[in-house]
Write a protein that binds this ligand. Structure first.
Ligand SMILES: [Zn+2]
Length: 211
């Protein structure tokens, strides 16, 4: 029930967590028989380390049955990588997500206008999940209006959680060591619902298992 949709830690074997892999990690994990749920992509901080060939590799991994989400990928105004390059690489990931029919897990810092512009322009069919969402309700409203889902972790704005419909709420630990169960409990209190009503992550895993 406590699905953690985005973590950089190696999950415990009995947990339902989607482990995010860098390209280097994917090389050592997805080339083996290791079972698990993964996301793989190119983080906007590290794009310069990647070549066309790396993107080709990511594309192949997105087809791997263990890959649940494409990313994390996205746009970050604090990244040293040229913004236009970030956009180009992000649009590649959108293409992969559409092709593999798997949702995107998005990292977005200071670039929401650009992110929304790309969504309006490309009209993707796959779900976009904005991970580690800390924005205010105004920003949450804009994202939700464009049909994005929001993933909440260690830091979030409770007012934004309040206005997000249950089916659009995902929960993650990311780089923190917070217990996923605690996060589900916190969010359920804010939403005045039962923990089991926070079903979006569970449904994501179930849909994936049917594939
Ligand atoms: Zn992350």
């Amino acid at each position: 029930m406590y699905v953690d949709i985005h973590t950089h830690q190696v999950p415990k074997t009995d947990s339902f967590a989607i482990q995010n892999l860098t390209v280097l990690e994917a090389k050592t994990i997805l080339t083996t028989e290791k079972q698990g749920y993964f996301s793989v992509g190119c983080h906007p901080w590290f794009i310069e380390q990647y070549t066309e060939q790396t993107l080709e590799q990511i594309k192949n991994w997105t087809m791997d049955l263990r890959t649940v989400l494409i990313g994390e990928c996205g746009l970050d105004k604090n990244s040293n990588v040229q913004f236009q390059t970030q956009v180009t690489v992000f649009e590649k990931h959108i293409e992969f997500s559409e092709k593999a029919k798997k949702p995107l897990i998005i990292h977005c810092v200071g670039s929401f206008n650009e992110l929304f512009e790309i969504k309006r322009r490309l009209k993707p069919t796959q779900l976009w999940i904005i991970h580690g969402f800390r924005g205010k309700p105004e920003l949450a409203k804009q994202a939700l209006k464009l049909n994005c889902a929001l993933s909440f972790g260690l830091h979030y704005n409770p007012e934004s959680v309040k206005i997000t419909p249950l089916e659009k709420i995902y929960i993650e630990t990311d780089e923190s060591s917070i217990n996923i169960v605690d996060l589900y409990q916190q969010i359920s209190i804010i939403k005045t619902c039962k923990v089991e009503d926070l079903f979006a992550g569970k449904r994501l895993i179930e849909c994936h298992q049917l594939k």
